[in-house]
Write a protein that binds this ligand. Structure first.
Ligand SMILES: Cc1cc2nc3c(=O)[nH]c(=O)nc-3n(C[C@H](O)[C@H](O)[C@H](O)COP(=O)(O)O)c2cc1C
Length: 355
């Protein structure tokens, strides 16, 4: 998988990376792997019907199916089921910060026990011949065990590791500490995928330069700029980087609405479109006016009408979707970095000091 150039992953995002959204992003180009949101595995067998809702190839990208759970028997069976269902990669969630997941001892809560992480990967390793990966945060409330956990996972048989270098207690606050990625790259015998705060195409090249990671994973940065993977691909090839203008953003929303049309009731469709607008809207340099107007609409038709009026004529300069830009924080908006927010260095020191 990692014999050629660095791979580009479209990150798993609960409630967002449904099959049609993955399809659209993959079709835009520049994406090597798309990921399902986590599929929850409890102490009951994973239902093939539940799994089927998450499946769905997105050619030409490969499909990574993520499972989240800590029951050894069920996680082994889940890996088997996912393999049979047609996944290309099986991934274990070791990062979900949601209180509900933590209360059940899954996702980021598993980072408190390297032994448990290792055991779960061991049973999954026995259950699948597919590439097996884990996606982890830097730790639960400190990062001191990040290397120990990552090494245990490698020892237990993962083929590659994705690291989002924030702790669970950070949720999405502050900035991702890329130095933790560099640490793992330098010490692990397996490829490491770097994730966290890649907001502009240029950031994807910078994270590789600064950490040596074997690939990049983008979540919110791709929602904010649906054409970012193509921009990254162009930069990597030394080709001119495609500009993104308002008509392209509008067309993206229309394409999404069309993909949702057949599969969802109107209310769900409008909600999901608004979720996308929450990210795309932050790239529009209009003080949040498009976003506010779109949120007030009651139907997907009305939302698209607002998008048409406000976006179609915007030139690239009216959008913050160039190759590079200011360091952004959780919102994906430059507005968020104005004022007294902590700097990249301050946040990095806080989480890195324990490593
Ligand atoms: C709305 C939302 C849902 C997410 N759901 C998942 C998930 O199901 N599984 C997972 O491993 N990470 C999930 N994440 C984390 C992302 O995959 C990614 O690690 C994180 O957003 C940092 O990357 P970014 O800065 O490129 O967004 C989610 C993030 C967001 C914003």
């Amino acid at each position: 998988m990692f014999s050629g150039r660095a791979l580009r992953f479209f990150a798993p995002m609960e409630g967002i990376t449904s099959p049609p959204v993955r399809e659209l992003f993959a079709a835009r180009g520049g994406v090597d792997v798309v990921c399902t949101e986590f599929v929850r595995v409890t102490s009951d067998p994973l239902s093939p019907k539940v799994l089927a809702r998450h499946m769905g190839q997105a050619p030409p990208a490969k499909l990574s199916v993520q499972v989240m759970g800590n029951d050894l028997t069920q996680m082994g069976d889940a890996a088997r089921l996912v393999t049979k269902a047609g996944a290309d990669i099986v991934d274990l969630n070791l990062g979900c910060p949601a209180p509900k997941a933590v209360r059940k001892g899954v996702g980021s809560a598993m980072l408190k026990s390297p032994t448990l992480c290792e055991k779960v990967i061991s049973v999954m390793r026995e259950a699948t011949h597919l590439p097996l990966s884990a996606k982890m945060r830097a730790g639960y409330d400190d990062s001191s065990q990040v290397l120990e956990i990552a090494s245990a996972l490698a020892e237990a048989g993962i083929d590659f590791l994705t690291i989002h270098p924030r702790r669970r207690v950070d949720f999405y606050g502050g900035v991702a500490d890329w130095r933790i990625i560099r640490l793992l790259v330098s010490r692990l015998p397996i490829p490491v995928i770097g994730n966290g705060d890649i907001w502009y195409a240029d950031d994807a090249l910078r994270i590789r330069r600064e950490t040596g990671c074997a690939g990049v994973m983008l979540g919110r940065g791709a929602l904010r700029n649906p054409f970012i993977f193509r921009q990254i691909e162009a930069l990597e090839r030394g080709e001119p980087c495609p500009e993104v203008d308002g008509a392209m953003l509008y067309a993206h929303l229309v394409d999404l609405a069309e993909l949702f049309r057949e599969r969802l009731p109107e209310s769900a469709k409008t909600g999901l479109l608004k979720e996308q607008v929450r990210y795309v809207g932050r790239a529009v340099r209009d003080g949040g006016s498009f976003m506010k107007a779109a949120f007030l609409t009651q139907s997907s038709g009305a939302l698209l009408e607002v998008a048409r009026e406000r976006l179609v004529d915007l030139p690239a300069e009216a959008l913050d979707l160039g190759i590079s830009g200011p360091r952004l924080e959780r919102s994906g908006s430059a507005i968020a970095v104005e004022g007294a927010r902590p700097s990249r260095e301050a946040c990095a020191d806080e989480s890195f000091s324990a490593v």
